[in-house]
Design a binder for this molecule. Structure first.
Ligand code: BES
Ligand code: MN
Ligand code: ZN
Length: 509
């Protein structure tokens, strides 16, 4: 008999708030404290525990003495494990915060919490005073750093793959509970996006992705609509159908709607690229890194996670997600370089390179999204290798309407996802001229590839809609080692940027 475990391999840690340091029951708990590297101008500087109203002066002195004995300096993200018997905890993990500051940027705390969580994965219970500085950043960092993806391991889960089980944050403010819940919801949304990205293309193909998005959306009360290939063909979604036709696994278009229920609420459209695997199609990619293209639905993953989060946290705006899903494969039924297709809405396109497929599915989705007359449109995609050439693996390119672009980039930086504004020069449109159709899908020259893709998308945004395009080709998927609160694999970027923008619009319009 085969026994299948019904227990999930990994569960997000439970978060509890404590208003005082528990006096007992901490034997197997690890206390996480932040330490500052001391006066940078003094060569004898020793690390100091970041001021804590929750720890006695003796306990702080004990920790600081141990740090000196161990040669710990309190450099940013350095971790030191020590015992401090007077505290009654099993052990202490001191995480460095770097030089002293008057204000602690949220991402310094978030990264420190993330590093601490990663070094403690497999630990049952942690308790922390970092939350005194920034409760939300601490909770987000701990949950994000604790993330594991072990769904496809057959072997018994290793302890470290269990992440953290329980997190207790010390906090005194009266709205602490609400803030911790919000941070937990945000981190859980990021984990949802990461799970989608990390699910292999064998298991996540358009129909399955649509099914999971629908189940998730329905569970939080979103209106859900799924168009299958036949419906897409009939309605004229030439981009989605064209990209999907090389695959035995047909494309989908998923729509998830969060309605605020308020009369004058703003409407924000979200659009995310959902290529469940990108071989390049007939313009096939080289083998070397092709497996990274499991991440080519990172935009879709983040968009789905964001609209679900908007519903969970009852944002007082309307949010409508439009998510095209397709698998870009070479086959006898695939589109060819030189084919002409008609995007939803009527624009004809000469497909000179089948590997520039993202813009084809996105153009259809953008036109559909604009039919809802949104005030704002946020589109995100793993769109171009040129994004990583220009900005590297950690910085999303932010393009679009000047004012909204700068607002989105600033918010992205404030949440630590670090989007950077980039231009959409008008002259690049000339590079997309086709001799047979309205547009070509690629430019003949190789410069400014990220911007050319943005210029292509701009053609499909309705007049009067404030819009941005977030190119997250590098940032959505970490091909290097883990850092801060970012694991290897799916990162969940730009979920927190988009959610920050939605909150800002809910607040200021
Ligand atoms: N999905 C890729 C972009 C990508 C590259 C994402 C690296 C993540 C990491 C996209 O569909 C693509 O293939 N873009 C082409 C565009 C080119 C043909 C104009 C590219 O970047 O090479
Ligand atoms: Mn491609
Ligand atoms: Zn792609």
């Amino acid at each position: 008999m085969i026994t299948v475990s019904t227990e999930p391999a990994y569960q997000s840690p439970a978060v509890t708030i404590a208003t005082t340091l528990p006096q007992s029951g901490l034997d197997s708990t690890v206390l996480i404290v932040g330490v500052v590297s001391g006066d940078p101008d003094s060569p004898e500087a020793t690390p100091t525990v970041l001021g804590s109203e929750f720890l006695s002066a003796e306990a702080v002195a004990e920790i600081e003495k141990a740090l000196v004995a161990l040669g710990a300096k309190g450099g940013a993200e350095q971790v030191t494990r020590l015992v401090a018997p007077s505290l009654g905890v099993g052990s202490v993990l001191a995480v460095g915060l770097g030089k002293p500051r008057d204000e602690w940027p949220a991402d310094v705390i978030r990264k420190a919490a993330g590093v601490a969580a990663r070094s403690l994965n497999g630990t049952e219970a942690v308790l922390t005073t970092l939350s005194e500085v920034d409760l939300e950043a601490t909770v987000e960092g701990l949950i994000l750093g604790s993330y594991r993806f072990v769904d496809y391991r057959s072997a018994k889960t290793a302890p470290k793959d269990k992440g953290l089980s329980s997190i207790t944050v010390l906090a005194s403010g009266k709205d602490a509970k609400k803030r911790a819940q919000r941070a937990t919801a945000v981190a859980t949304a990021v984990a949802t996006a990461r799970d989608f990205v990390n699910t292999p293309p064998s298991h996540l193909y358009p129909a399955e992705f649509a099914k999971r998005a629908k189940a998730l959306g329905s569970s939080v009360g979103l209106e859900v609509e799924v168009l299958n290939r036949k419906a897409l063909e009939e309605a004229g979604y030439g981009g989605i159908v064209g990209v999907g036709k090389g695959s035995s696994r047909p494309p989908r278009l998923v729509r998830l709607v969060h309605r605020s229920g308020r009369k004058d609420a703003k409407t924000v459209a979200l659009v995310g690229k959902g290529i469940t695997f990108d071989t390049g199609g007939i313009s096939i990619k080289p083998a070397a890194s092709m497996h990274h293209m499991t991440s080519d639905m990172g935009g879709a993953a983040a968009v789905i996670a964001t609209v679900v989060l908007a519903a969970q946290l009852e944002l007082p705006i309307n949010v409508i997600a439009t998510v095209p899903m397709a698998e870009n494969m070479p086959s006898a039924t695939a589109q060819r370089p030189g084919d002409v297709l008609t995007q939803y809405g009527g624009t004809t396109v000469e497909v000179l390179n089948t590997d520039a497929e993202g813009r084809l599915v996105l153009a259809d989705a953008i036109v559909r999204a604009c039919e809802d007359n949104p005030d704002y449109l946020i589109e995100t995609s793993t769109l171009t290798g040129a994004q990583t050439v220009a900005l590297g693996a950690r910085i999303p390119g932010v393009m679009g309407s000047d004012e909204f672009r700068d607002r989105v980039a600033a918010l992205s930086q404030s949440v630590g996802e670090n989007g950077w504004p980039m231009p959409l020069p008008d002259e690049l449109k000339d590079d997309l001229k086709s001799s047979v159709a309205d547009l070509a899908n690629v430019s003949a020259q190789r410069f400014a590839g990220m911007l050319v893709a943005g210029v292509y998308l701009r053609e499909f945004v309705a007049d009067g809609v404030q819009w941005v395009h977030l190119d997250v080709a590098g940032p959505a998927y970490n091909t290097g080692g883990p850092w801060g609160y970012t694991p290897k694999g799916g990162t969940g970027v730009p979920t927190r940027t988009m959610f920050a923008v939605l909150e800002d619009i809910a607040d200021k319009g």
